[in-house]
Design a protein around this ligand. Structure first.
Ligand code: ADA
Length: 560
């Protein structure tokens, strides 16, 4: 399944995954053997490869019909390959990409009629080449973890369609930007039509030079549209349609919600109303599927999140599968989406690949997810070196990049630098990850107050909205003892009760994200402080079984 709705009616598109592919590991004792695997999937979901770190080839065949002598232009879209991908078509390398959590594509012109062989080589090894996928407090799985789509493209096609809704003089308006790309060598004249919420905005004749792109933008007003909100997540289709000599040749369909996110003093506003975040941080992780959760598993996670009374998810620590975002759009769940980086020291940020790799994630994340109304904030660089001058330079550059690509959402980063952070003048929202009653014993209200006062007095973050982006405690499912020590379900329940009450009653705090939704697998290298080689701070365990803290969280969130 590619999305929860059709993104094309004219462009021919089919999913290549969703079927059995051949899988051949390249290293280890099974190197060269071929297995049938159901795609998308992680290496680790196969019983022979639960610990595999290396390269693996996923191969399938597809056919091109009606190509004639000229063949067909095709576009292959890879929604996520973990974590480094090399793509081969009929044995020839055609593309490569780094990072598990963003979309990339490749266009092949004039592919001949008949059968073709596609191989996706996924590599999940750690090395200095990889600045973001490192041994960490979550698992960097390997494999073809998200779907692959095959599209047949005309010579001119729609590359992107971005919509920015905004309110002006009491009326909803929207700015639409479409990019038309010409993959032929000759200049071409095409007609572009843009439709939003049933209204036609633009019909324009455009000339696109051979091999180039053309950006077309327009604005529209709407008399009667429903606003997107948590209670009423109204969605509208937006369509870009390309015709040539009177024949429709291409289209691109997306969904948007009429909503505006603004920061006003200490508040984050959604359509002018103060937001109160009651959220959970969620990793894409499941004992059976790794990070390649199928639709039903993602939807089931969201059911639990809603049942807990939460209104938001933080996609810690990378951009999420589009299907999950589609579901959040439909369910009115607010999303903090962030680029991919967790806990990088200054030394790790000085990896020569860091800057380019992290910035590419931002570019690919915003290009692909721009229209999702559920995303209300962009985050970057969770718990990296924001307490050093060099780290500050990196944060500054990344915020500049985000603001260049999207001015319609605030941005932030989750800091753990207790009273030493140097970067709070840079984001729109100040965010902290804190663990009172877990990593130290200072009472939650005291710790929070001390921190908040320091932010007001000593940093450029004074007067900005303030969010707690992580709080929590570990518990092993089913573990109890007479003294209710750390790791028992009782301890977690009590810690969360105190932590949540402190944060949610703190007058200047816009809300809280619990660390974390479910227990997750972590890198082997992290076993030392993590029983079961898992991060056990989930409110449910890895099988989504409720811990004792569940009811307390539900009660507190529902009362808020
Ligand atoms: C951090 C981090 C999380 C997780 C958490 C914990 O703040 O952002 O990824 O590691 O702490 O469990 O300690």
């Amino acid at each position: 399944m590619l999305r929860t709705f059709a993104t094309h009616k004219i462009r021919a598109e089919r999913e290549l995954t969703g079927t059995l592919w051949d899988f051949t590991p390249c290293q280890g004792e099974n190197a060269g053997k071929t297995y049938k695997v159901a795609t998308p999937c992680c290496f680790e979901s196969h019983p022979e490869f639960t610990n595999y770190r290396g390269e693996g080839d996923y191969t399938t065949k597809f056919s091109i019909d009606n190509g004639g002598d000229k063949g067909q232009n095709i576009r292959l879209e890879f929604k996520g390959v973990s974590h480094t991908a090399t793509i081969f078509l009929d044995g020839k390398k055609i593309a490569s990409h780094y990072n598990a959590y963003t979309i990339f594509d490749v266009i092949i012109r004039n592919l001949t009629e008949g059968e073709h062989i596609l191989t996706v080589r996924a590599d999940n090894r750690f090395s200095s080449e990889s600045a973001l996928h490192i041994p960490n407090d979550y698992m960097s799985y390997g494999g073809l973890s998200r779907p692959v789509a095959l599209e047949i493209l005309p010579e001119q096609f729609l590359r992107t369609l971005h919509v920015t809704p905004f309110r002006e003089n009491g009326l909803w308006r929207a700015r639409l930007e479409a990019i038309v790309e010409n993959i032929s060598e000759e200049d071409a004249e095409v007609d572009l039509k843009l439709l939003l919420a049933g209204q036609i905005s633009l019909v324009e004749k455009i000339v696109v030079k051979g091999g180039e792109q053309k950006l077309v933008s327009t604005e529209m007003s709407f008399e009667k549209v429903a606003e997107w909100s948590e209670q009423n997540p109204a969605l509208y289709f937006v369509t870009a349609l390309l015709t040539k000599n009177g024949t429709a040749i291409d289209d691109l369909i997306d969904r948007i919600g009429f909503r505006e996110v603004k920061v006003n003093g200490k508040d984050i506003l959604l359509n002018g109303k103060k937001l109160r975040i009651k959220g959970l941080c969620r990793h894409e992780d499941h004992p059976q599927f790794g990070c390649a959760l199928p639709y039903a598993a993602m939807a089931a996670d969201l059911e639990i999140i809603k049942h807990l009374g939460a209104n938001s998810v933080r996609t810690a620590h990378y951009p999420n599968d589009e299907i999950f975002l589609d579901l959040c759009d439909e369910e009115g769940i607010l999303v903090w989406e962030e680029n991919h980086a967790r806990g990088l020291s200054e030394e790790a940020m000085r990896n020569p690949n860091f800057e380019a790799q992290a910035e590419k994630v931002i570019e690919e994340m915003i290009a692909a997810h721009y229209n999702h109304p559920s995303i209300y904030i962009w985050g970057i660089l969770n718990e990296c070196a924001s307490d050093t001058e060099y780290g500050r330079e990196c944060y500054q550059k990344q915020f500049e990049l985000i603001r260049k690509l999207d001015q319609s959402r605030p941005c932030s980063f989750a800091s753990c630098k207790f009273k030493t952070d140097l970067c709070f003048d840079l984001p729109d929202v100040v965010s902290y990850n804190i663990y009172p009653l877990w990593y130290h014993d200072t009472p939650a209200d005291e710790y929070l107050d001390d921190l908040y006062r320091w932010v007001q007095d000593a940093t450029g973050g004074a007067g900005k909205p303030f969010l707690i982006t992580e709080i929590g405690a570990g518990a092993i499912y089913g573990y109890h003892n007479a003294y209710c020590s750390k790791w028992t379900e009782e301890y977690q329940r009590e810690a969360l009760q105190k932590q949540l009450n402190a944060v949610l009653h703190y007058p200047d705090c816009s809300g809280v994200y619990i660390w974390q939704f479910c227990d997750i697998r972590i890198s082997e290298e992290w076993f030392g402080t993590r029983p079961r080689t898992m991060n056990n701070k989930g409110i449910v365990d890895e099988f989504r079984r409720r811990k004792l803290a569940y009811d307390v969280v539900k009660e507190i969130f529902e009362k808020e």
